[in-house]
Structure formats: structure tokens, C-alpha cells
Design a protein around this ligand. Sequence first.
Ligand SMILES: NC(=O)c1ccc[n+]([C@@H]2O[C@H](COP(=O)([O-])OP(=O)(O)OC[C@H]3O[C@@H](n4cnc5c(N)ncnc54)[C@H](OP(=O)(O)O)[C@@H]3O)[C@@H](O)[C@H]2O)c1
Length: 267
Amino acid sequence: MRVALITGASSGLGVGFAREIAEKEKNIDEIWLIARRRERLEQVAASLNFKTRIISMDVTSEEAINEFEHTLETAKSADQSFRIGLFINCAGYGKIGNYEKVSRYDSAHMIDLNCKAAVIMTLLCIPYMSAGDRIVEICSTSAFQPLQHLNLYASSKVFLYNYTRALRMELLPKGIVVTAVCPWWVGDTEFIGVAKNNEANANVNAGVAGFPLATKQKDVVRRALRASRAGFAVSTPGFMCFIHRMLGKIIPRTCMMYIWELFRKVG
Ligand SMILES: NC(=O)c1ccc[n+]([C@@H]2O[C@H](COP(=O)([O-])OP(=O)(O)OC[C@H]3O[C@@H](n4cnc5c(N)ncnc54)[C@H](OP(=O)(O)O)[C@@H]3O)[C@@H](O)[C@H]2O)c1
């Protein structure tokens, strides 16, 4: 049995990946949907017309992680052919604001979710993968430069981006393909709403005026899966993130941060 496992599957890109995999991905027998909101996962599962398994868990909880490890072991002992054909790590969040506006809790929790949980979930999946299987880590275009007023989020995605790139090299001999997906703003997910919502500073302009040229979830998912199937190391699913990646290679970081200063103020 070959499973596609998606974290962050209760909304946004995760739902998009579930739909696209159910429709187009070959040799997948079951999709495992992971997130905290069980009802949302149930709705997604019901809409898929594909065999699914719902795992409602907080990927930052050590207890939940231990339970999930046990779930994987049980699946393997029940069916020796059990294998994770595709692991897509979408769970992640960001908060807009400078060092004062983003709470200490969120500053630490972004690292817990976007970095630590991403690594741990990946490490749990690898033993069940073999040649031809694929890992997709949803990073961000924010990995291409330091971003003041989105600092913690961007820094966490730099970590995930570098981790993903190096993991790809480590897994090359095993034939497992690892792809870092780096989208620009995606307008039709819950991400921006969560990022802007800063309880401690509800009435303060958090620091990013607008989200110009936002991409659509469906396009990002399609391009990301295409890149993963083709075995690419990096997917920049859209014009803006492609340009951002290119400029990040040639323009000094200080200049990039001043360009971002303009972007975040004008929107
Ligand atoms: N949208 C953008 O502009 C954008 C741009 C670049 C990169 N990204 C990245 O894309 C990924 C997906 O974001 P999205 O745009 O699809 O946003 P989204 O709609 O907010 O989805 C985030 C998902 O993560 C899950 N999640 C959050 N905390 C979790 C936890 N502790 N345990 C388990 N699941 C958790 C959420 O489900 P529950 O709340 O049910 O747990 C939700 O399903 C993120 O990594 C984000 O950083 C987004």
C-alpha cells in the first residue's frame, strides 16, 4: 500500500494538494490527512472521492508525535507493503510584525512548527520511503532574503529551505526525491488572515501594507507537484517567486531589504 501523507491538510495548500493527488497522482492507494481541526479534515476527506485516513494531531506536540510514530509502525506491521510514496509538509504559519509586535509565544511557536515539527515529521516518514518516493517541503519565497517585519517567519523558512536542500543530497543515493517549494503570497488560503491577526496589537498596522500579485492556491499546487514529479530541487510556483529567487542571487542582501521596505510599506 502506497500512501500520500499531507500535513496542514485542513485548509489552503494542504487541501489543494489532497485534491490534486486524488485526481492526478499515480500509484497512490490512500491519502493521510493531518492537521488539528478534525471536522475540517472530515469535510476535506468527504469531498475527495478517494480512500483517506484522518489523523487529527498537533504536530508540535511530543505526545502526538509519539502516537503518530506508533501509527506508522502499526500500519507497517499490518501490511508489509506499507510505504509513504509522497510526503507533503504544508503545516506552517507566520505572523507579521516587528520584534515588539509578534508575541514571544508566536516567535517561539513559529520555530516549533515551521522548523522543528517539519524536521521531526520528515524524519518519521523517511524510514517508510524508498526509491521513487518523494518529499515536498513547503518553504516560502521569504527564504530568499532577510525580511524585516516578517523576520521570524522568514528566518524559519530559511532554515526549512536549507534543511530541504541538504536533505535532498543525503537522500539522492536512496533515490528519494526532495523538493523545496517556495511560493510568493498565496491569496486564497488562511495564511494571510492568520499572519495579520495579531491579538496583542489588534489596532496596529502590523507592518505589511498589502499583498500584491498574490498567487492562487490551485496554481501553486499544480506547479509544485509538477516540479516534484520532474525531480526538481526547488519549485518557484509563479512569476514573482521565480523573480525573487533570481534577484536574491544577484542583488546584495542590504539592497534586497530596502526593496522589501518599499514593498511592505506601499503594498
Ligand atoms: N499563503 C501564503 O501566502 C504562503 C506563502 C508562502 C508559503 N506558505 C506556506 O504554505 C504552507 C501552507 O500554508 P497555507 O497558505 O495553506 O495556510 P493555511 O490555510 O493557514 O494552512 C496551514 C495549515 O497548517 C495546519 N497547522 C497549523 N498549525 C498546526 C499544528 N500545530 N499541527 C498541525 N497542523 C497545523 C493548519 O491546520 P489546523 O489549524 O487545522 O491545525 C492548516 O491546515 C505553510 O507552511 C506556509 O508557511 C504560504
